[in-house]
Design a protein around this ligand. Structure first.
Ligand code: HPA
Length: 235
């Protein structure tokens, strides 16, 4: 049965899904890496596809930007379509000196300035973490491929443009990078007892102001995708 945001039927989506923010990225991933990819969604142009990677059923779908958007899509994927392994593939801004543009970050945990977890009425602070099995697999693959990698905390921010340099306070707590979605993804997965991981290429540095060129972005994207797809095979 379709949801308000997803036209797929139960069974159309694989248990393992890759989640880029940009739906056009999902299309490129399906066309580049998946065999026999079939589109299951175009509602709001949030394209989703299912195909096979090295013989395994894998889906890919855009999430949009920000916590509310990924919260909706991941919730529906888990609760209406039976998805069990959700791997976000995105970009982030680095906020530590030793995290360079082009490096890969695997988010062991996600901090946030969002109120997303308030819905759970926890008597304290939710520590949103990746699934250890997915994290371990991704880290091992990055190592095997000699991709410069970091594992640690990130910030899922509600704001891209900020009035103050809030990132500096998070950086003091060891946060490696900033993006806008993983906290909600990790909460949704935790609440449902399924697995999630966020993998990122560093697209810019808050410290140096450096940004990737279009060409570098393409290459970094390829590295991250190979890590994510090989991780999908190991779940
Ligand atoms: N902030 C939030 N999200 C991002 C950034 C950033 O600096 N870079 C890439 N995604």
């Amino acid at each position: 049965m379709a949801t308000p945001h997803n036209a797929a039927n139960m069974g159309d989506i694989a248990e393992t899904i890759l989640l880029p923010g940009d739906p056009l990225r999902a299309k490129v991933i399906a066309e580049t890496y998946l065999e026999d990819a079939k589109q299951f969604n175009s509602v709001r142009n949030m394209f989703g596809y299912t195909g096979t990677y090295k013989g395994k059923n894998v889906s890919v779908m855009g999430t949009g930007m920000g916590i509310p958007s990924i919260g909706i899509y991941s919730h529906e994927l888990i609760h209406f379509y039976g998805v069990k392994n959700l791997i976000r593939v995105g970009s982030c801004g680095a906020c530590q000196e030793d995290v360079k543009v082009g490096d890969v970050i695997m988010a062991q945990g996600a901090c946030t300035n969002s109120s997303y977890a308030h819905q759970y009425q926890l008597p304290g602070t939710m520590c949103a973490i990746a699934d250890y099995g997915l994290l371990k697999a991704a880290q091992e693959i990055a190592e095997e491929k000699s991709v410069p990698w970091h594992v640690g905390n990130i910030l899922s921010s509600d704001t891209f443009y900020t009035e103050t340099a809030e990132w500096k306070l998070w950086a003091k707590m060891g946060v490696l990078g900033i993006e806008m979605e993983s906290f909600a993804l990790y909460c949704e997965a935790a609440r449902a007892g399924v697995k999630a991981l966020g993998i990122f290429t560093v697209s810019d540095s808050m410290i140096t102001g450096e940004e990737t060129t279009a060409e570098q972005r393409q290459n970094d994207f390829k590295q991250m995708m190979e890590i994510a797809l090989e991780t999908a095979l190991r779940v």
